[in-house]
Design a protein. Structure first.
Length: 387
């Protein structure tokens, strides 16, 4: 099978869920003997990979809502991606196209299908449906997803959005959770010590980690208060915030307003994807106080695989999964204000927390490896080609 994977206006090396998704399935598919070509935005990264990568040089919009702000630039970006796809097909003769996100990518895929007869599969990652709410000019473009042979969803929690925006039925949409590379994301006591030393934290410190886009919907602006409440009960607590985004300055100001000493927290900025395992290993608790219906957080899977114990707000796909798998105590109601109390309890009960970490690690190996995810996608690809 010769497969093209399209990631619109994002570099494959970006630290976001859909970019991690593309990188991991492309590598695993290539390992299975499938010829994979990824078409994504240029970022100059030289990170090693085993798949073919074609980079398109277009200005990054940063969000779905920004795409339509300059219609001439947007049209030029669409055109460049379509041309890159057509030129690649002339050389590599694709059997199928797999596009990420139902918004705008499916317009390119629909045109490509009309010009070449090559079918496409589309995966909804959730950010595109979330950012399109109340924007009829954006929702208009979801109609091109109806041209897909099959649509997949990163979680069942966004199925209603897909049904509202497309003509697909619930039974025809495959739920395809993200996965984690358990061979890379695993506890490492050596890296734990090195990273802590480099950050200026000691072995006895209890590190609370927030990793992801620094935006309000991720619950970033709740983190300063959570940390302050935890520190009042446990003065060994430290805060580590990994990532970049528009709310970073606001989070820094919130920490200052709470009179939290700068020695107690660190902002690292963006960390390369292949280095994130070191920071999970260095941390004790993974904070995920999301306030939006996030489909599935890849960072949370990575943290759990790395032995970093997570605490979640009760919203989104991963919270639903954890409750289903018997880890309800890690999922907190948004209305009770008990997020920080749960962190305090977990830090105090080292034996119990260690046991939970081991069970979560087993869950990742049993149900959330990229190998199992890719097996599911190969079946979807074969089904789509034969339709």
């Amino acid at each position: 099978m010769r497969l093209a994977i399209l990631l619109f206006n994002m570099p494959v090396s970006k630290a976001s869920g859909s970019c991690r998704f593309v990188w991991q399935i492309a590598e695993e598919l290539q390992n299975r003997g499938i010829d994979v070509t990824v078409i994504a935005n240029k970022d100059g990264s030289k990170s090693p990979h085993n798949f073919r990568l074609i980079e398109v040089d277009t200005p990054p919009y940063g969000s779905w809502t920004n795409c339509l702000s300059d219609k001439i630039s947007f049209a030029d970006t669409l055109n460049k991606y379509l041309i890159a796809l057509l030129e690649a097909n002339n050389t590599y003769h694709f059997d199928l196209l797999h596009v990420q996100h139902l918004l705008f990518s499916t317009l390119i895929a629909s045109l490509f299908k009309d010009l070449t007869g090559i079918k496409f599969v589309a995966t909804c990652h959730g950010t595109e449906t979330h950012e399109s709410v109340g924007r009829s000019d954006m929702e208009y473009f979801f109609k091109y997803a109806n041209e897909a042979a099959l649509v997949t969803s990163a979680s069942e929690v966004i199925l209603d959005d897909i049904l509202r925006l497309t003509r697909f039925s619930r039974n025809s949409i495959a739920v395809t959770y993200p996965g984690v590379d358990v061979s890379k994301f695993k506890p490492d006591s050596g890296k734990r010590s090195v990273v802590r030393s480099n950050l200026g934290f000691s072995e006895k410190d209890k590190i609370l980690l927030f990793a992801g886009r620094l935006v309000a919907e991720k619950g970033l602006l709740l983190v300063p208060k959570i940390f302050s409440e935890v520190y009042q009960k446990n003065n060994e607590a430290r805060l580590l915030i990994v990532g970049e985004g528009p709310q970073r300055k606001e989070a820094e100001q919130a920490l200052a307003k709470l009179y939290i000493n700068q020695n107690l927290y660190r902002f690292t900025g963006l960390i390369p994807q292949d280095k994130m395992t070191d920071f999970y290993s260095a941390s004790d608790i993974f904070l995920m106080p999301s306030v939006w219906n996030e489909p599935f957080a890849t960072t949370a899977l990575e943290a759990m695989s790395n032995g970093c114990l997570p605490v979640f707000n009760d919203i989104g796909g991963i919270a639903k999964m954890l409750k289903k798998e018997g880890f309800k105590k890690l999922v907190l109601s948004q209305n009770k204000g008990d997020f920080s109390q749960k962190v305090i309890e977990l830090l105090a009960d080292e034996t119990g927390s260690s046991a939970i970490c081991k069970k979560l690690g087993i869950l990742m190996k049993d149900k959330f490896t990229w190998k199992s995810r890719v097996t599911q996608f190969i079946n979807i690809y074969e089904q789509s080609i034969s339709k």
